[in-house]
Ligand binder design. Structure first.
Ligand code: NAD
Length: 253
């Protein structure tokens, strides 16, 4: 089955790197116009350059997803430039913890919850009215396998990703009759800068990361991108409120 899309415009947050960049590129390769949103203007613009090199149409908008005014302006800009929004991948996220729960700080808690939970909530707050007005669309949020179970030494991150799944399921039910589907992807360890920051300093950790997955390796950004595109595609028309593990079998153990 080839993926088909009835819409034309996709928005990706955290598109300056990793999973977001790969998904922006995958949308562009399907012929969609892509709005690349990221906190980091250099990274965001280099994603746009990549999309242009691939023959795609793309626009960069600088946005900190933790700021209501910036998220509102991002969505105003999407409508100003492209006149519509069909698919949104709310993917910007961070992880900064180093220890067990009691070693965490209030600043870490606020930072992780701010990007991972408030950011996804704010994005959907501005996306859903646009999709309702247009008569439908699809949203995919980035959760994690840490949203499906425990994540030792990543307790705040795990709480934030469980919250993303709560937001996803609730929005899916609230907007199901409006022809809007809301799903989440739950990657396990994926080879991105986030992974390298957390694991690469210690080769034993990197080996352990590969062994966590029954397939014997960590995942690739394109493997998450294809799951996101599937969830946005017409092939997933009967799928909403779902959290799709992209995890090499990790959560099947
Ligand atoms: P990454 O660090 O490689 O890229 C994240 C991007 O988000 C960066 O370009 C960064 O500038 C941007 N960003 C950070 N804070 C932002 C903010 N406040 N507003 C807008 N943009 C912001 O990360 P990644 O590994 O590609 O992760 C993407 C998503 O996937 C995150 O939500 C992460 O929690 C999730 N995830 C990653 C993994 C993994 O192993 N890499 C596993 C499970 C889930």
């Amino acid at each position: 089955m080839s993926m088909t899309f009835s819409g034309q415009v996709a928005l990706v947050t955290g598109a300056g790197a990793g999973i977001g960049r790969a998904t922006a590129l995958a949308f562009a390769r399907q012929g969609l116009k892509v709005v690349v949103a990221d906190l980091d203007p250099v990274a965001g613009q280099s994603t746009v350059d990549l999309l242009h090199q691939a023959g795609g149409e793309a626009l960069f908008v600088a946005c900190d997803v933790t700021k209501d005014a910036e998220v509102r302006q991002l969505h105003e800009r999407v409508i100003e430039v492209y006149g519509r929004l069909d698919y949104a991948f709310n993917n910007a996220g961070i992880e900064i913890e180093k220890g067990r729960l009691a070693e965490g700080s209030e600043a870490e808690f606020d930072a992780i919850m701010g990007v991972n939970v408030k950011g996804v909530w704010l994005c959907m707050k501005y996306q859903l009215p646009l999709l309702v007005a247009q008569g439908g669309g699809a949203i995919v949020n980035t959760a994690s396998v840490a949203g499906l179970g425990a994540a030792p030494k990543m307790s705040i991150y795990a709480a934030s990703k469980h919250a993303v799944i709560g937001l996803t399921k609730s929005a899916a039910i609230e907007y199901a009759k409006k022809r809007i589907r809301v799903n989440a992807v739950c990657p396990a360890v994926i080879d991105t800068d986030m992974f390298r920051r957390a694991y690469e300093a210690d080769p034993r950790k990197a080996e352990f990361a590969a062994a966590m997955h029954p397939v014997g390796r960590i995942g690739k950004v394109d493997e998450v991108a294809s799951a996101v595109l599937y969830l946005c595609s017409d092939g997933a028309a009967f799928t909403t409120g779902h959290s799709l593990a992209v995890d090499g079998g990790a959560t099947a153990i």
